[in-house]
Write a protein that binds this ligand. Sequence first.
Ligand code: KE4
Length: 428
Amino acid sequence: MTTSEQLFEKAKTLIPGGVNSPVRAFRAVGGSPLFIKSAKGPYLYDEDGRQYIELINSWGPMILGHAFEPVEKAVRDAIQYSFSFGAPTRKEVEMAELITAMVPSVEKVRMVNSGTEATMAAIRVARGFTGRDKIIKFEGCYHGHGDSFLIAAGSGAMTMGVPDSPGVTKATAADTLTAPYNDLAAVEVLLENNQNQVAAVILEPVVGNMGCVLPEPGFLEGIRSLCDKYGTLLIFDEVMTGFRLSKGGAQERFGITPDLTTMGKIIGGGMPVGAYGGRADIMNQVSPAGPIYQAGTLSGNPIAMSAGMAMLHYLNEHPEVYTRLETIGDKLVNGFRKGLQKAGLNYTINHIGSMFTLFMTGRPVSNFSDAKSCDVPLFGRYFHAMLDRGVYLAPSQFESLFLSIALTDDLVDQIIQANEESLLEVIK
Ligand code: KE4
């Protein structure tokens, strides 16, 4: 047994499924998960000393590559002043100033400790501000593990959702309406049939959580105008896309202004940080400024703020990072398309900037039912073929890849080669 396998056996006796987050367990691709010991730049190193070129980057945060010196230095400098006070600090003011400068729709912001906390708080604030109970989300979009989001689409006839996990109550599910992504008409029907009841529409402006799925032309604009028409707030969940698709996230790239934005991942530079923010008139309803309660012992933690600010400052001051990420993404995806052609496969790749997914299906993928047409077992075999060649992909067909600027042109060529060989291997 490898060290990772031994650790996994031990972990399963102590931690549910042996992991602290389900996707890490490799259940979607089979086999035993690698236990990672360290990482540097574009590389991960597992407990057995094997090196992998990394295409997840901790599900987004490590956009500058692992152990990026300015971020590491900021944390080293911070830890000498103790780790946590539970009292306001200068760093939280600086962080709020930086976020509101980088994301202009965020006039006021509250720091929390994860993307889940951010989205849970954002819908509570939307409900409190509007006095309405329902929310609309999209099938295939993931917004963390808050009860209101673990909702599957009801049957065609039903408008309300059904629990997508034991422990989520029917009462909770009744307040979450679901629609297919990219289906404006479905959203309009829900809003029309639930007038004055829908507090917010929440969506990933570019989806990462069913694999990478882009908004069709006019979709985001359409959602914005429907929200305006029905007095419903628009929440962009930019936990993945924030500070990745541009300095100002998807909302800057697509030119859409949401009422509230949720953030995470990159905002912490690899430390546990989330945030939500938006229009000042809405955020001024959040305790203690207003009556809508939300709190957190470690919110704005000074060590985490130091890491997050170092990363955001670097991104803010080095626009060439985004140019480089576009170049890397284009080169990789073009290479992957050539690999598909050589293997005689007409599979779909959805791509934007430094996010992309190779879907093992010949169908275009613009919503969750399209994504579910993928050959998941084939993806599992492909995942392991790539892993055998030293390339670490997301261990699920229904996840986006996240690139970092640490990928050199040589490494991009290596990944393209590995993809070509892996496709040829698995289609035999
Ligand atoms: P966290 O609570 O995991 O920090 O963030 C939840 C969340 C919210 N919104 C979006 C758009 C997200 O992608 C996420 C978390 N993303 C997953 C990746 N599919 C994190 C990986 C995991 O669950 O382990």
